[in-house]
Design a protein around this ligand. Structure first.
Ligand SMILES: [Fe+2]
Ligand SMILES: [Fe+2]
Length: 257
């Protein structure tokens, strides 16, 4: 039996639920998703040996971002049936998952990117639900510190260690989603990976790139979103040029996004 959820920290009633499960099941593995820590912590009980043992890949760092109880993510009674994999297929539950991982402004941005990506997807024959999901998830690690992002990059993609700090979250999020959340939609992961650099020719990657840079809360109103709804390639080309120009003016460099 596997119970997946967000327990930070584990509370008395949650512990009792686990204890009951331990009495009836031979093996109980509880995957604990702590948004501030990259690694899954395994609480394991092998019939005897209560209280449950906490095994961590890494010690929790910093303070927890939220005290959202697990019961708000899903009803603990049903926890045995709900896996993270199932959560990742449901945009409503994904919203609950990401909310404690970001501040209010970032959360509103993420939902707005999701809604914009959905509109673009509908206009260009792409699955709107998957586009919406990419929008919800794209900034999931935005709140990680550079040190935390570097820890992930060192392990999975060290060629990006020299990337500008503000875009590292794009390169680390796919590894977090794969390793921690068991999320395996490669097209969505690729779009998230390139949401800052814009360097993917894939349709969803272009949709997400445009949605992230031109979602309505940014109030840029320069017609690029409308152009992209009418013609994705044209809108994408306009945006790339616009971003290049902006970076050149701001930093005097090209090719860094
Ligand atoms: Fe981002
Ligand atoms: Fe974003």
């Amino acid at each position: 039996m596997t119970i997946s959820g967000y327990f930070a920290p584990i509370k008395k009633d949650e512990r009792e639920f686990i204890a009951r499960a331990c009495e009836t099941e031979k093996h109980v593995t509880i995957l604990v998703l702590d948004p501030k820590v990259f690694f899954i912590k395994l609480l394991q009980k092998e019939l005897d040996g209560l209280p449950v043992r906490l095994e961590t890949g890494d010690k929790p760092k910093g303070t927890f971002l939220s005290h959202t109880p697990a019961s708000s993510l899903f009803d603990l009674k049903d926890a045995g049936e709900i896996s993270l994999k199932a959560i990742m297929k449901n945009n409503r539950l994904i919203k609950k998952l990401i909310k404690p991982m970001m501040n209010e402004k970032r959360y509103r941005h993420s939902v707005s990117v999701a809604e914009t990506a959905k509109i673009l997807a509908e206009s260009h024959g792409f699955d709107p639900k998957r586009a919406y999901r990419a929008g919800l998830l794209h900034d999931i690690l935005k709140k990680y510190t550079e040190e935390e992002n570097d820890a992930i990059l060192t392990r999975y993609a060290d060629s990006h260690l020299s990337a500008p700090p503000q875009i590292k979250h794009a390169y680390t999020a796919p590894y977090f989603l794969k390793e921690v959340c068991h999320y395996d939609d490669e097209q969505v992961l690729n779009a998230i990976y390139h949401h800052s650099d814009g360097e993917s020719e894939d349709i969803l990657a272009k949709i997400l790139y445009i949605a992230d840079k031109r979602e309505p809360l940014r109030k840029l109103n320069d017609g690029i979103l409308e152009a992209s709804i009418a013609d994705l390639e044209e809108g994408y080309a306009l945006l790339r040029k616009n971003v290049e120009r902006y970076l050149e003016e701001k930093y005097g460099v090209t090719g860094v996004h």
